[in-house]
Design a protein around this ligand. Structure first.
Ligand code: SF4
Length: 386
């Protein structure tokens, strides 16, 4: 698992008086590199440092950075960093957080830890705190991101709780990164307000998609899973408002013990009532956060719902709804739906097991969450293409 955050850092010669600074890394050669205000030289041994420059160096290269005016020394495990990556440097704690890796397909930004759901399997348990600084930081980071980035994600918490600031962020994404697809994870309830749905649509982002969960066709079951009365009703009405405004919507279904049995019924519900959505993702559980705390109530071996998963996918496909299977190992699901399986786990927390070494389909298989080793399928075994 990649280290994205560390408090094991040394800061020297950096101006204080602000919570954090956001920096884009530039990688130098033998000649001094001229840096812009929000840039730091990523010091590889032998790189030339210009006057007044801020340098980020791995511990092993710390001596080479000795004569820079500002120094950020980070553990050697950050050696994967490269040109164009963007970091936040917390000046008081101190700490470093990697916000964006230019060579990754899996960059996403948490917008807030606040949420109006309390999902039983939430991987990012909500906190009722003022974390407005996160968005302040993002407003600084977005202009530093490479315009060639193919896609970025917004997550939470619930991003739409930010109201106007959420809309402003989408707008800034459109301004600075018009060719970058934006995927936003939201519970969709804020869009029950037609005015908010219209304001979102009016931004005119050319390639934005909202990923909105529906966990069951039964409103009672959905509301129980998200621990919020009335959520199902608002979510469905929110989706209808978004589609009325011509916005792209994906339905996300995390499968677990509380909803697997009725997965085909949920698929039928989607095809009858929400047939105009743009994509449906049937997803495996990440055993972290609340999912770990509620493990006994939620965990089911994917092999034990392979029939329901197959049937749900077949129903969606028969109606021509674009469908994907996320977060599942190929050896646990029906071979007939392998073509729908995507390598969906973010690269920094994606791993494989010993059994996978000898597997003929490893290149196509999504593997495992490094964050969720507590429960594994009993059916992990090497497979062949045919
Ligand atoms: S053995 Fe590993 S790589 Fe092969 S299908 Fe199973 S989980 Fe995937």
């Amino acid at each position: 698992m990649l280290t994205l955050n560390s408090r094991n850092v040394v800061l020297e010669g950096l101006a204080k008086g602000q919570r954090s600074m956001v920096l884009r890394l530039r990688q130098g050669g033998p000649e001094p590199l001229s840096l812009e205000q929000n840039e730091a030289l990523f010091m590889q041994s032998g790189a030339a440092v210009g006057p007044g420059q801020t340098v980020l160096a791995l511990e092993r290269n710390a001596n080479a950075a000795a004569h820079a005016s500002g120094r950020i020394i980070v553990p050697d495990e950050f050696d994967y960093l490269g040109d164009g990556d963007v970091l936040a440097v917390e000046l008081e704690r101190p700490a470093v957080r990697v916000l964006y890796r230019r060579n990754s397909r899996h960059n996403s930004f948490l917008l807030t830890e606040r949420c109006n759901h309390y999902c039983l399997m939430c991987s990012q348990p909500p906190k009722d705190i003022n974390d407005d600084w996160i968005v302040d930081e993002l407003f600084q980071a977005i202009p530093l991101i490479s315009p060639e980035t193919r896609s970025l994600g917004f997550t939470g918490g619930e991003p739409t709780l930010l109201g106007e600031r959420f809309l402003r962020l989408v707008s800034v994404m459109r301004e600075h990164l018009p060719a970058t697809a934006l995927h936003i994870l939201s519970n969709g309830r804020r869009f029950v307000d037609p005015q908010f749905a219209r304001a979102y649509a009016a931004i005119g982002h050319p390639d934005a998609m909202l990923g909105i969960p529906i966990y069951s066709a039964s409103s009672q079951t959905h509301d129980h899973i998200v621990q919020a009365d009335g959520a199902f009703d608002e979510t469905v009405r929110g989706i209808l408002n978004l589609k009325t405004c011509g916005q792209k919507v994906e339905i996300r279904v995390v499968v677990h013990q509380l909803n697997y049995a009725h997965l085909p019924v949920l698929a039928e519900f989607i095809t009858r009532n929400l047939t105009f959505v743009d994509h449906v993702a049937l997803m495996g559980l990440e055993m972290t956060g609340f999912a770990k705390a509620n493990m006994d109530a939620l965990w089911i071996d994917p092999v034990d719902y392979r029939q329901q998963l197959y049937e749900a996918a077949a129903v969606l496909q028969d109606f021509g709804l674009p469908t994907s299977i996320y977060n599942h190992q190929l050896c646990t699901i029906d071979r007939r739906i392998w073509p729908l399986a995507a390598k969906s786990i973010s690269d920094w927390k994606n791993e494989y097991r010993l059994e996978c070494l000898d597997c003929g389909v490893r290149e196509r298989c999504g593997g495992f969450f490094a964050t969720g080793r507590s429960r594994l399928s009993r059916h992990i075994r090497p497979m062949r293409e045919n």
